[in-house]
Design a protein around this ligand. Structure first.
Ligand code: SF4
Ligand code: SF4
Length: 124
């Protein structure tokens, strides 16, 4: 009978002590998107393409495991909705025309907006 009364009180006290203990710790979450976590310089984020360096060799297309992700026609394009951020295109580009940025907030309201085209980088 006594246990039936004290056990819930004990559990409540235990719960409150956990809340108080964690409430006094420094916050580990960020107020996203206003605050964003800094990533390392070698982070594989959004791909950057530099038209002036590109020799249109097509290596990036050959080494990309995501079929149809990169295309070179009238313009160079990368479909970031297909990209798996493996880094192959960056590594095998012979003239360093491709690089990873540290940008990781890529969400878009329209899928088409995830297709990065040459014009996006303002090289024209
Ligand atoms: S990072 Fe990988 S998946 Fe993404 S475009 Fe380059 S090769 Fe393709
Ligand atoms: S591998 Fe580099 S140089 Fe070759 S087409 Fe791709 S971006 Fe251009």
């Amino acid at each position: 009978m006594i246990n039936e009364f004290f056990n819930p009180v004990k559990e409540l006290a235990k719960g409150l002590s956990i809340i108080l203990k964690n409430g006094l710790k420094n916050r580990v979450t960020l107020k996203y998107p206003e605050e964003q976590e800094k990533v390392r310089n070698n982070f594989r984020g959004k791909i950057k393409y530099e038209k002036d360096k590109c020799i249109k060799c097509g290596n990036c297309i050959k080494v990309c495991p995501a079929a149809g992700c990169i295309s070179i026609n009238e313009y160079f394009s990368i479909d970031m909705s297909q990209c798996i951020f493996c880094g192959n295109c960056v590594e095998y580009c012979p003239v360093n025309a491709l690089s990873h940025t540290v940008e990781y907030t890529l969400a878009q309201s329209k899928k088409d907006n995830l297709i990065l085209k040459e014009e996006i980088y303002g090289n024209d």
